[in-house]
Design a binder for this molecule. Structure first.
Ligand code: URA
Length: 242
């Protein structure tokens, strides 16, 4: 089930805002009946007409992007900063990011026009595991790693069990590289977890998303997921396997 305005927007007929205007203006029919309520839920079996023209579902597409730092995980930005979809100009479908990476975080980000798939992967109940490599200030002790693994208290609650290990430590530069795997997706979670243990993050990169990795991609590069990868991701999320 998806919101009507979202479905219209994803079919490339209009922007989300324009779709809302069309609905409010009584120009949208669902199964032959005018619908003026924003947020009406529809499924793929409903027939939707916009100004008398039946809309066809867009092909579902799935991409993996190596997001550079200094890019917003969005499809547009008021301040005209670079957005992730700028890196996939060859995609004509209206894709958007699955979850988000911070402006200053680089790494693996999925993009799709499949709302159900995106919801599934970002649903708190099903969140798949993600691995980040963080360069943090200070030398991280074993005890601190254990705190990350057991769960740290953040303002929105204690974090779920995670895995963390030191990749390397530099005493002279007073910094540590830590690999951390989490399966939640709270806002700025990794940065806040390291803040909570007194080791602010200086650099953050997402290396893995479930079984996916960046492979040989360079920063700013993207590739389409294979049908098998899409199937596996869906199965993984649906099974609740973290
Ligand atoms: N955790 C963060 O703090 N930032 C990200 O971009 C992703 C996870």
């Amino acid at each position: 089930m998806e919101r009507l305005q979202k479905v219209i927007a994803h079919c490339g007929v209009a922007s989300r805002r324009k779709a809302e205007e069309l609905i409010l203006a009584g120009k949208v029919k669902v199964n032959g009946k005018i619908v003026v309520e924003l947020g009406t839920k529809v499924t793929s079996s409903d027939t939707i007409e916009v100004e008398g023209v039946k809309i066809e579902g867009e092909n579902k597409v799935y991409f993996l992007l190596y997001k550079p730092t200094g890019v917003i995980s969005a499809v547009s930005d008021d301040k005209k900063r670079k957005v992730v979809t700028d890196f996939l100009p060859y995609v004509k479908e209206r894709i958007y990011p699955v979850g988000r990476l911070d402006y200053d975080t680089s790494g693996l980000l999925l993009l799709t026009n499949d709302g159900e798939f995106a919801n599934l992967l970002t649903h708190p109940k099903y969140e798949v595991h993600k691995t980040y490599v963080a360069r943090v200030k200070g030398l991280v002790s074993r005890e601190s790693l254990r705190m990350l693994e057991r769960g740290v208290k953040l303002e929105d609650g204690i974090t779920a069990p995670a895995r963390a290990k030191v990749v390397s430590a530099d005493k002279t530069k007073n910094k540590t590289i830590v690999e951390i795997t989490i399966h939640e997706g709270r806002n700025r979670q990794v940065r806040r977890m390291f803040d909570a243990i007194g080791h602010p993050v200086q650099k953050l990169k997402r290396e893995n998303y479930a079984f996916l990795h960046l492979g040989g991609l360079g920063t700013g590069d993207s590739r389409e997921l294979t049908p098998h990868e899409v199937k596996q991701l869906r199965a993984l999320a649906e099974s609740g396997t973290k």
